[in-house]
Every structure is written in structure tokens, then in C-alpha cells.
Design a protein around this ligand. Structure first.
Ligand code: PNS
Length: 164
């Protein structure tokens, strides 16, 4: 048997959306295993869900995927984490052109830090082009409907957060 092909899929996932899930599904066509990992660096009250809540929601979503999808969190540099778990590829989703500059900067910075780790960009599915965790939160906070943009368990938790 050859080496297991592992990709790291990092993000804030505050919360995970159907766009993220689509990307994981696409990545599973290419990689043997995807490690979805939440950055805990910005955990200073700026996120809606705690890291534990976010981990739980992602675990619920991928429960039936078995060992091909693993869920984790990390602090510090992404490239150090990637190295530590012996992965060589970071996967990121690209939606519209507006994502490009931020993603390009991060990919270049990460390459500068550890050239042996490659960033792979995948286009988000057409139906998910306009979804972002930020907008989902905003819409729910204003009592708008985001069913179809996030999985059911996430929708439930979002509603609980904004219940008054
Ligand atoms: O979903 P997001 O918020 O766009 O994800 C950003 C994330 C978590 C991938 C990025 O902020 C990150 O990698 N943070 C870890 C710290 C780090 O390595 N910073 C240097 C990368 S340029």
C-alpha cells in the first residue's frame, strides 16, 4: 500500500456551511483523508460559537463518513500544524474573485514559511458561491431564512444563539 494522501482543510468554521461541506466532498475525490481543522488563534470573543461548539457541529455533519474525515483544532501557525500531522497539502475553497487576494497572500506566506507544503484551491460548487459564515450569521440575527445554506444541526444552533 502506498502512502495515505492527507489534506488539511483549515478555517474558522463559525459555523460550518453547506459550501464548506461541498468542498470536503470534492476533496474526498482526490485525497484519502481530509482533516478539517479549526484555528483557535482568534478565540477572543470575535466568534459566535466556541471552538468546542464548532467541533461538535462538524462532527455531527461528518459522523457517517468514518475515518476519511477527521476533525481537529489547532493553535499557532497552520504550516506547523500541517507538518506535525505529516500532511503536505492545505485545501482552500475559492468562491468569487473577491476571495482571491486574501487567499493568494495566505498561500504565499505559507509557502514562504514552509515551501514543502502546497496549497490547493478548489472552486466552490455553483450553488454555494454566495454563502459565507459571516453572512449566514448576519441573516439569522435579523431573522432571515438560511435553511438550504447550512445543515440542519447548524440551523438549529444558530436559531438558539439568536433567540431573544
Ligand atoms: O475560514 P478562514 O477564517 O478564512 O480561515 C483562515 C485560517 C484559519 C485558515 C487562517 O487564519 C490561518 O491559517 N490561521 C492560522 C495562523 C497562521 O498560520 N497564519 C499565517 C497564515 S498566512
Amino acid at each position: 500500500m502506498g502512502q495515505t494522501n492527507i489534506a488539511v482543510y483549515p478555517g474558522s468554521f463559525d459555523p460550518i456551511t453547506n459550501g464548506h461541506i461541498d468542498l470536503v466532498q470534492r476533496s474526498l475525490r482526490i485525497f484519502d483523508r481530509i482533516i478539517i481543522t479549526i484555528s483557535t488563534n482568534a478565540e477572543k470573543g470575535s466568534s459566535l460559537f466556541t471552538v468546542e461548539e464548532r467541533l461538535e457541529m462538524i462532527r455531527e455533519v461528518f459522523r457517517k463518513h468514518g475515518s476519511r474525515v477527521q476533525i481537529d483544532s489547532f493553535s499557532g501557525l497552520l504550516v506547523d500544524y500541517t507538518d506535525r500531522i505529516d500532511a503536505k497539502v492545505i485545501v482552500r475553497g475559492l468562491r468569487a474573485v473577491s476571495d482571491f487576494e486574501y487567499e493568494f497572500q495566505m498561500a504565499m506566506m505559507n509557502r514562504g514559511l514552509k515551501p514543502e507544503i502546497e496549497t490547493l484551491f478548489m472552486m466552490t460548487g455553483e450553488s454555494y458561491f454566495y454563502i459565507s459564515s459571516r453572512l449566514v450569521k448576519e441573516v439569522v440575527s435579523l431573522k432571515g431564512d438560511v435553511s438550504g445554506l447550512v445543515p440542519k444541526n447548524v440551523l438549529k444552533r444558530l436559531k438558539e444563539k439568536f433567540q431573544d
